[in-house]
Design a protein around this ligand. Sequence first.
Ligand SMILES: Nc1ncnc2c1ncn2[C@@H]1O[C@H](COP(=O)(O)OP(=O)(O)O)[C@@H](O)[C@H]1O
Ligand SMILES: [Mg+2]
Length: 359
Amino acid sequence: MKRPIIGILTWRRGHTFAEPRYFRQLIRAGRRLGCTVFLFSPRDVHAARREVNGFVPNGRGGWSESSFPWPDVVIDRYRYSPTEAFRQYAAFRRKKLFRYANNRLANKWKVHRLLMRDERMHRWLPESRRYDADQLRRMAARYPVLYVKPVNGTGGRGILRIERNQDGYLLLGRDRERAKRAVRLRRLTALTRHVDRWVNKGFFMIQQGLRLQLIPQRAVDMRLLIQKDETGQWQITGHGIRIGGERSATSNLHGGGRAADSGRFLQARFGAEKTQAILAECEALAFQTAETVEHHFGRMLELGLDIGIDEDGRVWLIEINPKPGREILKELGKTQQYRRAIQRPLQYAMHVARAKSEV
Ligand SMILES: Nc1ncnc2c1ncn2[C@@H]1O[C@H](COP(=O)(O)OP(=O)(O)O)[C@@H](O)[C@H]1O
Ligand SMILES: [Mg+2]
């Protein structure tokens, strides 16, 4: 078979790309694996000519632009942002011009509802509702801690943690710019008024708050990366614990969190035997989630799972990221896993390209 051509769909403005460091590594890995990899954005596609205007590193720290043949497979790496450019991408993506290695996921609320249809997922899903003031009152009566989050949020933006205590409610949030905010309110009416303002008619969900303070006063959870390999099988590439900043409702690394080795961290808290069981359950959760997600959304390439491990060692699925980062592996010094995390999407894309040339 001829050398596979793999396009990476992403955001760009001029020669500025969304994730330049990752893309340089991806293109370099492609060369070693024997495929051609280039970057492009929606406006670079000339469907009538079956050509794509593509970008590769020029060896001087910049990018060179040239015309590429129609890619055999496209990896969609266009990440969400609340912009006009993203809306145009979404419309472009619906045209299905290419064979994509990965489909898109729906918003968090829709994903939750679809996962709930699968009995096998139930034990890992925190109770969740679409936000409105009534649901907030009901959930606030049922759970001492709640999370209110935008269904399209990323990186911890727009998330509000509500904790009920003796004198009322303590709210800890991150606004759209990820700045931390703390508020104390005494009454339920003040709470609903405040949260209504926070939500500001947007589309939010309310979730049962998990007790994730494995370190006092900090949000701790796991990020796990599950990817397809060169034969199309799901494999767990690696994982790590994220420890949120002080007085932060979230653990996200970009929001001030730091990384720790999962095994070591969990053993210090739960002991060796229980840690084994927890890690085995995290893996079972990951394989089941990948299967259920593909059942509803079609072919996927990789998923970054945010997994909650609560103070009793119970395992929960917090979020599924279809275009995940892999920095946590690098931060933990897991060089081998990090390298694999970069190679695997290309190896799987090559597998898809081969399968196509055989039919
Ligand atoms: N229901 C919850 N209970 C406890 N902590 C939560 C809950 N939901 C989110 N968090 C914390 O907030 C972080 C960000 O939430 P997440 O749903 O992953 O949104 P984002 O897309 O912004 O990353 C999680 O990694 C976790 O630390
Ligand atoms: Mg997350």
